[in-house]
Write a protein that binds this ligand. Structure first.
Ligand code: GDP
Length: 333
């Protein structure tokens, strides 16, 4: 039975990946900082996972966790991922995102160099290229977060040149009902659910014109696994190839909400519902990101299954259900 160690297992990507690897017959180990039972997303599979305690900032804890898990594959998904936080805490962002990965790589090289390592790289490394991005597009990050991920990505290449099987999956934005509530998509779908169920507080957002290539996290974890099964370690870009603006996302949310809720409970316009608040505008804003994942399609046979309307529908439905549950109400048909 193949053994996989996932850092960041309690987050969106970690939980989808754990489910996928369990289905494939893996023995799944999860690195956690606190009680795994506290993660809602792991509820259904918590009894099938082996947990080890550790923190990417603490080398000793990583060594012990690695020795216990003794993995064939490591998926390094734990990170400080929120761009605004990376401006508040740039050094901590680097310590986790770069230092943590460096600690892991050293442990792998010294203890079990045949372990295959997946590093969660990101489209934020590209910055404002103003064009569709492939593996050949130069990096030009605009935030401490993007810079930290670029450094880790380069570190992966350096260790690869020394013989480790390590690669970076350059994933574009990927969302789901499990997305962190601070990210724009989830912030919007949660607010829509609250509005429909009676809370008429205006939703405060930043730049509504910025565009992202939003895909479904459940599709993207399959690409992570496929990359580690390939004969040679290679970085891949993963995305849908289509970008939408935050405004488009808002519009699609209204369409989806209207399908399942009474008309009088749905905001009539975006203006009635949303207000631009300068505190959410960003320095170093990236205006548009779009992926060319033709290499992943060709080499790995990977393709996204869930499109933009389906993604929005899934998120709206899940947030309506959870807000309803929280309110203990059946106000919506
Ligand atoms: P990112 O691409 O990793 O930074 O993912 P986010 O979901 O945090 O942001 C996506 C885009 O939405 C960025 O261009 C943000 O500037 C924009 N955006 C607009 N308003 C908001 C907001 O209120 N919160 C967040 N998180 N992003 C916002």
């Amino acid at each position: 039975m193949r053994r996989a160690l996932i850092t960041g297992i309690s987050g969106q990507d970690g939980s989808y990946l754990a489910e996928y690897l369990l289905d494939l017959g893996y023995e799944v180990w999860g690195l956690v900082r606190r009680e795994p039972e506290t993660s809602r997303w792991l509820e259904k599979i918590v009894h099938r996972i082996e947990f080890v305690y550790g923190d990417l900032r603490d080398e000793e804890s990583l060594k012990v966790a690695f020795q216990k898990a003794w993995p064939d594959e490591v998926y390094n998904l734990a990170a400080q991922v929120f761009v605004p936080t990376s401006w508040e805490c740039p050094a901590e962002t680097f310590d986790i995102n770069v230092g943590g990965f460096a600690r892991l790589l050293q442990i792998v090289e010294r203890q079990k160099p045949d372990t295959r390592v997946y590093q969660a790289s990101t489209s934020e490394m590209f910055g404002n290229v103003g064009a569709i991005c492939s593996e050949r597009t130069p990096f030009s990050p605009t935030s401490p977060y993007g810079t930290s991920k670029m450094a880790a990505h380069r570190l992966a290449a350096v260790y690869r040149n020394r013989g480790l099987f390590v690669l970076g999956g350059i994933l574009f934005n990927h969302e789901s009902p499990r997305r962190g509530p601070e990210m724009v998509t989830r912030k919007i779908t949660r607010a829509a659910a609250r509005w429909v169920l009676g809370d008429r507080t205006k939703l405060k957002l930043g730049n509504l014109q910025s565009r992202r290539d939003w895909g479904f996290a459940g599709d993207y974890v399959k690409a992570m696994h496929a990359m580690l099964q390939h004969d040679t370690p290679k970085d891949y870009v993963i995305g849908t190839g289509v970008s939408h603006s935050v405004q488009d996302f808002l519009r699609q949310v209204l369409i989806e909400v209207k399908k399942v809720c009474h008309e009088e409970d749905v905001p009539r316009t975006i203006e009635e519902w949303v207000e631009v608040d300068s505190q959410f505008l960003r320095t170093g804003e990236i205006h548009d990101l779009r992926a060319d994942s033709s290499a992943a399609q060709k080499d790995l046979g990977w393709q996204p299954k869930v499109d933009f309307p389906q993604l929005v529908e899934m998120m709206v439905e899940a947030d309506l259900a959870s807000v309803r549950e929280a309110l203990g109400t059946k106000a919506v048909s």
